[in-house]
Write a protein that binds this ligand. Sequence first.
Ligand SMILES: N[C@@H](CCC(=O)N[C@@H](CS)C(=O)NCC(=O)O)C(=O)O
Length: 206
Amino acid sequence: MKLIGSTTSAFVRKVRVVLAEKRLDYQFVEENPWSSDRVPGAGNPLGKVPRLVMDGNDAMFDSRVIVEYLDTLSPVGKLIPGTGRERAEIKTWEALADGLLDAGALARLEATWDGRGEGQRCQAWIDRQLAKVRAALQMMSQGLGEKPYCCGIHFTLADVAVGCALGWLDLRFPEINWRAEHPNLASLQAKLSERPSFVATRPPQA
Ligand SMILES: N[C@@H](CCC(=O)N[C@@H](CS)C(=O)NCC(=O)O)C(=O)O
């Protein structure tokens, strides 16, 4: 298997953490989706990373589909239970973490994308997206409460998704002091950051 992606993308990191937790072999092919010389190719109509290329060159996207598939490949380190309420709960945590990233990316692009001129940037749009980021952090903190992990006593995909989203906030929005506002998220993140899967995929600092 080949995973195509960038080292700064939290969506890509989520997949890499899952690959590491499940001890699956793969080749990492770096691609910056924002580079001007990138040519959208077969299996890449949306121009986004991550993509997983399997034997036979079929490409799979997006990160939620990929991690769900990877979890079925090996019983090692099961991250998403097969059925029921707990599964839906884990997928909702993942949707929340991914939604935080989508809103954060929209805010960042509005402020920095070089395809926009200075007069085309809209502060109200940035504020709208950052309000979603803050609301998502609030909901994560409430949902976590005093539990050791997002869904209780076991490490699951919910923790992978939340840990990658928080790591991305540190990289792209260091001015958001989420640790002070949500100490329980800070404790969770400190614990996750020590896992070899998180250490090996830590994004390069800006
Ligand atoms: N829902 C997608 C989101 C992927 C995504 O937004 N990737 C970003 C990098 S973090 C990207 O490739 N953006 C390029 C673009 O939007 O053109 C997933 O979970 O894989």
